[in-house]
Design a binder for this molecule. Structure first.
Ligand SMILES: C[S@@+](CC[C@H](N)C(=O)[O-])C[C@H]1O[C@@H](n2cnc3c(N)ncnc32)[C@H](O)[C@@H]1O
Length: 239
C-alpha cells in the first residue's frame, strides 16, 4: 500500500521547484501527446495534473471541448486555473474519487505509478470511457532509478504490460531508457527533493550513510567525470 499522506506531503512541498527540475517528466509529457492517435477530443480527463506540464502540452497540440482534471493535492488548481480557466477540478486520490461522466481521452503523465493498485485504477478508469475512448498514460518501468534501488531498498511495483494485454486492446506500448547526468551524488538527492520523486518511503540519511552512498555511487556510476542515473519511461495507450 502506498503511503498517500507521504505522497501528498512530498508533492506539496516540491510543487514550487517541480517544473524547473522535472526535465524527464517534461520529455515524457511531450512524447505522450505526440503519440496520441487523434488530435481532437470532446471530453478530456487528466489525473495527477500537478503543475500542468502535460496540460500545457495538450493545450498546444490538441483540440478539445471540455477539460476535467484531478490531483491529490489541492494546490494543483492554482496552476491549472492559469492554463485552462474553465476546467473542472476534482480534488482527491484517484483511487478514491468517483467520476460522474465519460471521457473520450483519459490521460496521465508520470502519476499513476503512485497508485496502490494501478490495475484496479485503470480498470475503474475504463468504466468512464466513451465507446471509442482511450486511456493514454506514462509511468516508469522496472529499470527506473536502477542505480539507487538497491542502496535505498526501493521496492516499487512496476506495471506488467502482459497483464494489460490480456484485458484490453493495448494500441501502443513504448519503453525507453534515458540517462541523466549529475556532478555529484548529493545532486541526485537534491533532485529527488525538488521534484517530489522521493515519495515512495521515508529514508533516513545519516552522515555516514550519505558518505557511503557518495563513495559507492561515484565508484560504480561515473562516466566522463559525471555520475549518471537511469530513468525508464513507459508509454501505454489502451482501449
Ligand atoms: C510526478 S508528478 C506529475 C505531474 C504532471 N502530470 C506532469 O506532467 O508533470 C505526479 C503528480 O501526481 C499526483 N498524484 C500522486 N498520487 C496521486 C493520486 N493517488 N491521485 C491523484 N493524484 C496523485 C501528485 O500530487 C503529483 O502532482
Amino acid at each position: 500500500m502506498r503511503n498517500k499522506l507521504l505522497v501528498k506531503r512530498r508533492f506539496s512541498n516540491s510543487i514550487k521547484t517541480y517544473e524547473d527540475n522535472a526535465f524527464i517528466q517534461k520529455q515524457m509529457a511531450a512524447k505522450l501527446v505526440d503519440i496520441l492517435p487523434d488530435k481532437n477530443y470532446k471530453n478530456i480527463f487528466e489525473t495527477g495534473a500537478g503543475t500542468g506540464i502535460l496540460t500545457k502540452e495538450l493545450i498546444k497540440n490538441i483540440e478539445f471541448k471540455e477539460y476535467t482534471y484531478n490531483d491529490i493535492i489541492p494546490d494543483a488548481k492554482r496552476y491549472i486555473d492559469k492554463i485552462i480557466p474553465d476546467a473542472e477540478f476534482i480534488e482527491g486520490d484517484i483511487e478514491e474519487i468517483s467520476l460522474n461522466k465519460n471521457y473520450d481521452l483519459i490521460i496521465s503523465n508520470a502519476s499513476l505509478q503512485w497508485c496502490s493498485d494501478i490495475y484496479k485504477t485503470i480498470s475503474n478508469l475504463t468504466e468512464h470511457l466513451t465507446k471509442d475512448g482511450i486511456i493514454a498514460f506514462s509511468v516508469f518501468g522496472c529499470e527506473n532509478l536502477k542505480e539507487i534501488k538497491e542502496f535505498f531498498n526501493i521496492d516499487n511495483q512496476y506495471l506488467d504490460v502482459d497483464i494489460l494485454n490480456k484485458k484490453y486492446n493495448v494500441i501502443k506500448y513504448l519503453s525507453e531508457e534515458t540517462r541523466v547526468y549529475f556532478d555529484k551524488p548529493i545532486d541526485i538527492i537534491k533532485h529527488f527533493k525538488l521534484t517530489g520523486v522521493n515519495a515512495v518511503k521515508e529514508v533516513k540519511l545519516t552522515k555516514s550513510k550519505l558518505k557511503e552512498f557518495e563513495e559507492k555511487y561515484t565508484e560504480k556510476y561515473t562516466l566522463c567525470n559525471k555520475i549518471y542515473l537511469t530513468y525508464n519511461p513507459v508509454y501505454i495507450i489502451l482501449q
